[in-house]
Write a protein that binds this ligand. Structure first.
Ligand SMILES: Cc1cc2nc3c(=O)[nH]c(=O)nc-3n(C[C@H](O)[C@H](O)[C@H](O)COP(=O)(O)OP(=O)(O)OC[C@H]3O[C@@H](n4cnc5c(N)ncnc54)[C@H](O)[C@@H]3O)c2cc1C
Length: 288
């Protein structure tokens, strides 16, 4: 009896392996596939649900939803590994997020970046408010007007733009200011950050709440849990004018009338996902 059970187990395993290696396992067709369960994918799916488009399936590569809004447990604390700030809390465009923060009574701190401490490599306090002020007066405060005047003209590196506006980093403290504004903020140096993407800082809110930033969006992702498949790493997206087929790394294939791909430009610029036919060049340029 035991041997028989073992043989059946082995046979079924072989069957599974064989199927995943050859032709993909097909799923029933859905109306819409949402690729990625970050905020964009979840919000898009909830918007469809609210409009009675319920034949939706969300495919997510990780084993959690939220994407780049994600907290981990560390030494009994919840640490955000991605988005932590609500930027420009006084700006009308941010109101929907600020309303969520208030409805959930999220704990945190407001920051306007006026209280800054700069140290050199030996740990000495080299804060010089005159220099901090210079960056604000020469660059930050004027940047948006300057960009507006150049509207429609080609972009260039932030380094070039700052030089044109009268700033150069000839002192260590100035390099620190640049590090804070570019390398830290954009994960790139001023040589490669777009001048047109520079902005003046406003008032921000740092969320420090054990429930995690993603909990602010519970009303969006909860109703979609039954329609979300985790651990589904998309490898191939085949599309034509009428339908889409999405293949995942575990050998499954999902069909739909429409698919919405919410992967980051970094993912799209890599070789992780193959599009068939390949995306047009103008779209690929946007991923760089
Ligand atoms: C370290 C860090 C700090 C940040 N801080 C802030 C901040 O303080 N304030 C702020 O407003 N914004 C911040 N952001 C930006 C913010 O997190 C993102 O703009 C936002 O979360 C993007 O959401 P999204 O749904 O568009 O993309 P994502 O969250 O990236 O969602 C895309 C989803 O697709 C999935 N996916 C990707 N490839 C595949 C694949 N091949 N198959 C299946 N699934 C796949 C991903 O796992 C992910 O879940 C930060 C980002 C990072 C990385």
């Amino acid at each position: 009896m035991y041997i028989m059970f073992k043989i059946i187990l082995h046979l079924s395993f072989l069957f599974l392996v064989d199927r995943s290696l050859s032709s993909p396992i097909k799923q029933n067709k859905t109306k819409v596939l949402i690729l990625g369960a970050g905020l964009s994918g979840i919000k898009a799916a909830k918007t469809l649900l609210d409009r009675n488009i319920t034949d939706i399936l969300i495919l997510e590569g990780k084993n959690y939803t939220g994407g780049r809004i994600h907290a981990i447990e560390f030494a009994n604390y919840s640490i955000e590994t991605g988005a932590n700030w609500i930027h420009f809390v006084n700006d009308g465009e941010t109101k929907p997020i600020v309303d969520r923060r208030d409805a959930k009574k999220m704990q945190g701190l407001t920051s306007n970046y006026s209280d800054i401490l700069v140290r050199d490599e030996a740990g000495n306090d080299i804060t010089d408010f005159a220099v901090l002020r210079e960056f604000y007066d020469k660059i930050e405060h004027k940047i948006e007007d300057y960009q507006l005047k150049r509207k429609g003209q080609p972009d260039f590196p932030a380094r070039v733009g700052m030089q044109m506006m009268g700033w150069s980093a000839e002192q260590p403290i100035k390099s620190v200011i640049e590090y804070f504004n570019f390398d830290f903020e954009f994960a790139r140096s001023p040589e490669v950050v777009s001048f047109h993407n520079m902005f003046e800082r406003g008032e921000d809110f740092f969320i420090a709440d054990g429930r995690g930033v993603w909990s602010m969006y519970e009303d969006l992702y909860k109703p979609l849990e039954a329609k979300t498949l985790l651990g589904k790493l998309v490898k191939k997206i085949k599309y034509n004018a009428d339908s889409v087929e999405v293949q995942t790394s575990d050998g499954w294939s999902y069909q739909a009338d429409y698919a919405l791909c919410t992967f980051s430009s970094g993912v799209l610029a890599s070789d992780l996902v193959t599009f068939e036919p390949a995306l047009p060049d103008w779209k690929k340029r946007g991923h760089l």
